[in-house]
Design a binder for this molecule. Structure first.
Ligand code: NAD
Length: 261
């Protein structure tokens, strides 16, 4: 197993789903973990569960679109654990609707969580990683929707494509400081984020919820299976533990073959 001993990781959206599993896998690999989420109680509970297993973890409640809050959360992590080596910018939301019905407020809200959140967390992380001279790994949670489009998801597809550009810029700006940046692009993973969108898609497309799963979400996979939170966490471990700048500016798709690049 790849190890993250003596590394400090800051994982956003870590009270639930993919982020929660990444925090667990990182803690098992030896990292100290800041479990960060808008849901403060959930973050604190997840961190307490990691500590109960012998890991070093703190839970922090913060909205990733809050500039001062993000800076303070990173500062608290550094004060607690002595540095920062890995950022998982993962917090996300989903809102599904046809473009012509999308409210401007919902468009801005979704872009803010995914793009402002990625910028603010990456900037705060780099402001620690660069002067510390210990390098680092910045990992954004993209999606197959960083590569492909789907109906009803205009801001989500726009934001996820944007994260690929941000990762490439940071790969270039971070290179001389040993800071790498990469993008993970999962297919559908059965988390609350996905469960919540199934009824809306069924209504908008005029099909059953079972058909949304089989004919929309998993239609183009090679085997009709969901990707799991653990599949994504194992890839996050690879990106975090990889030792050199050889693996930077990349996006990797983990989707049961839904998208092949
Ligand atoms: P989830 O709903 O289970 O977890 C998302 C977490 O992000 C929640 O705990 C939520 O409280 C937190 N969050 C939301 N807004 C926040 C904010 N402003 N500040 C801080 N935290 C906030 O969802 P998930 O499926 O685990 O999704 C995690 C990431 O993975 C998202 O970026 C999502 O777009 C991406 N993703 C998910 C799938 C999937 O199928 N589930 C596929 C591809 C990509």
């Amino acid at each position: 197993m790849m190890r993250l001993d003596n590394k400090v990781a800051f994982v956003t959206g870590a009270a639930s789903g993919i982020g929660k599993r990444i925090a667990e896998v990182y803690a098992q690999a030896g990292a100290s973990v800041a479990v960060v989420d808008l849901n403060r109680q959930g973050a604190e509970a997840a961190a307490a569960a990691l500590r109960a297993q012998g890991a070093r973890a703190i839970g922090i409640g913060v909205d990733v679109t809050d500039e001062a809050g993000v800076d303070a959360a990173v500062a608290r992590t550094v004060a607690q654990f002595g540095g920062l080596d890995v950022l998982i910018s993962n917090a996300g939301i989903q809102i599904v609707a046809p473009l012509v019905e999308f409210s401007f407020a919902d468009w801005k809200k979704l872009l803010a969580v995914h793009l402002d959140g990625a910028f603010l967390t990456a900037r705060a992380a780099m402001r620690q990683m660069v002067p510390s001279q210990r390098g680092g790994s910045i990992i954004f949670m993209g999606s197959v929707h960083s590569k492909e489009a789907s109906v009803l998801k205009a801001p989500y597809v726009t934001a996820k494509h944007g994260l690929e550009g941000l990762a490439k810029v940071i790969a270039k700006e971070g290179a001389s400081h040993g800071v790498r940046a990469n993008l993970i692009c999962p297919g559908f993973v059965r988390t609350p984020l996905v469960d919540k969108q199934i009824p809306g898609q069924a209504k908008a497309l005029g099909i059953s919820e079972d058909e949304v799963i089989r004919k929309v979400m998993l239609k183009d996979t090679v085997d009709g299976e969901f990707t799991t939170v653990d599949d994504v966490a194992q890839l996050a471990l690879l990106f975090a533990a990889f030792p050199t700048n050889a693996l930077t500016g990349q996006s990797m798709v983990v989707s049961h073959g839904w998208f092949m690049q």
